[in-house]
Design a protein around this ligand. Structure first.
Ligand code: FAD
Length: 399
């Protein structure tokens, strides 16, 4: 709760100007706080020249929530087309650490159709308990239904933290859950930790185009919700001796009401490994100069069994589909080897490749920013370098 010490307040209005949420106004010469609108960000406290404002995080009285009622860490498991998405195991690895720090149980929420046999692997990867929601109506993902069920379970059980993958699925329904629960959501986190003094989840994510890392807290609302991009966190090794509880959750007709009917679900064919899972990624930039020159990229990728990615310049030019875009508004990758071909190294691209073990860049401009983070740099024309590389690999393989 934000308190105003009336005796100290001189009604200067600095707090009102500082609050971007319009949660504080000066009335009759004194600051007045709208507790429902206040996000407890503390900007007004810093702005007050008279030290008349104070944040009381312990009270939890901001939006009328008793923070102490909310306990436990939840991870939403992502199950699609017969298997559990690796990001689920990564979230469980971090969730285990957070739950241990907070001294609470780690629960995985698994929703889908015919998913029961996958519940125990979530326990092997760190969960103490699985809330299993297995129903034929959940065969196809529909954000409306998944959001309603997760929000209902959260209202009933009151977890203090809910983590989800920043995947197409997570991005689609997790914001709806946050809205239904009237709480905050920090998307695309790269690191999570807890501040034990008030059990706040410290949610770190790149901000301002990756130029700085912001640590965000949700002090007055529960649950604290975050999405995390795949490949950012480390999964625990599966331990098949771990024991846990599997709780079957019954569904009502109300849970399953939907305005959307899925008529057909079609799997997209792909030549090489998926970009996010590829051990080697060949990424094409505007420096490839034409769609025709992209053939070199595809040839090299097929020789190395690599995924093909791109900068936004290339996907905007439609030399590759949008799903190949790497970066802030595309895929985050962490391959063993990333080879950038004619990519300048704009920050919005770089944030998506920073997890690569080795970065090699080909660029004809020796001052291209990508060389600042490349493990190896080749200054030259991609049209000359790529054919040489392809030729050399073929020679080495005797073909
Ligand atoms: C909000 C926002 C989000 C964005 N999200 C993304 C994102 O997710 N991913 C992304 O990639 N971009 C993103 N961008 C765009 C980003 O800012 C850059 O514009 C983009 O990454 C540039 O792509 P590029 O490096 O291929 O092209 P350029 O910056 O034009 O660089 C081309 C490079 O190729 C070199 N070159 C030219 N010809 C040759 C040659 N023959 N041989 C060798 N080198 C050559 C040049 O020296 C140059 O360095 C975003 C931008 C904004 C504003």
């Amino acid at each position: 709760m934000l308190r105003v010490e009336i005796e100290k307040c001189i009604g200067c209005g600095e707090c009102e100007s500082a609050c971007t949420f319009g949660a504080i106004v000066v009335e009759d010469g004194k600051a007045v706080v709208d507790a429902d609108t206040c996000t407890m960000c503390g900007t007004c406290v810093d702005a007050c020249p008279e030290d008349a404002l104070e944040l009381d995080r312990e009270s939890g009285a901001g939006p009328g929530i008793d923070l102490d009622e909310w306990r436990g860490v939840w991870v939403t498991a992502e199950y699609r087309f017969g298997s559990t998405a690796p990001v689920t195991f990564e979230l469980l690895g971090k969730g285990r650490q957070l739950a241990d720090d907070l001294g609470v149980a780690l629960t995985a929420v698994l929703m889908g159709s015919g998913v029961s046999e996958h519940a125990s692997e979530l326990i092997h990867r760190g969960a103490d308990r699985v809330l299993l929601v297995d129903h034929p109506e959940l065969e196809n993902f529909r954000d409306e239904i998944f959001a309603r069920i997760l929000a209902r379970l959260a209202r009933e059980e009151k977890p203090e933290v809910i983590l989800a993958g920043a995947t197409a699925m997570g991005r689609s329904y997790i914001p709806q859950v946050a809205t239904m629960l009237e709480t905050g959501l920090t998307a695309d986190c790269t690191e999570l930790a807890v501040r034990m003094e008030d059990r706040a989840l410290l949610q770190t994510r790149p901000a301002f185009g990756g130029n700085l890392l912001a640590t965000i807290v949700c002090p007055a609302h529960r649950p604290q919700m975050s999405t995390v991009r795949p490949h950012v966190l480390k999964a625990l090794e599966a331990d098949t001796s771990r024991q846990g509880e599997i709780v079957r959750v019954p569904l009502s007709d109300d849970d399953l009401k939907a305005r959307v009917k899925v008529l057909e679900s079609v799997m997209e064919e792909s030549d090489g490994p998926g970009l996010a899972d590829a051990e080697i990624v060949i990424a094409a930039g505007r420096g490839m100069e034409s769609e025709k020159n992209m053939e070199m990229v595809h040839e090299l990728a097929s020789l190395l069994d690599a995924g093909v990615g791109a900068s936004r310049a290339v996907t905007d030019a439609e030399w590759l589909p949008h799903r190949a875009q790497i970066g802030q508004t595309g895929v985050t990758i962490s391959p063993k080897l990333y080879l950038g071909c004619g990519i300048s190294g704009a920050i919005q691209h770089v944030v998506g490749i920073q997890g690569s073990d080795m970065i090699v860049a080909i660029n004809k401009d020796p001052d291209a920013p990508i060389f600042d983070l490349a493990t190896y740099g080749i200054v030259g024309d991609v049209k000359e370098i790529l054919p040489l590389l392809i030729k050399r690999i073929r020679q080495e393989r005797g073909a």
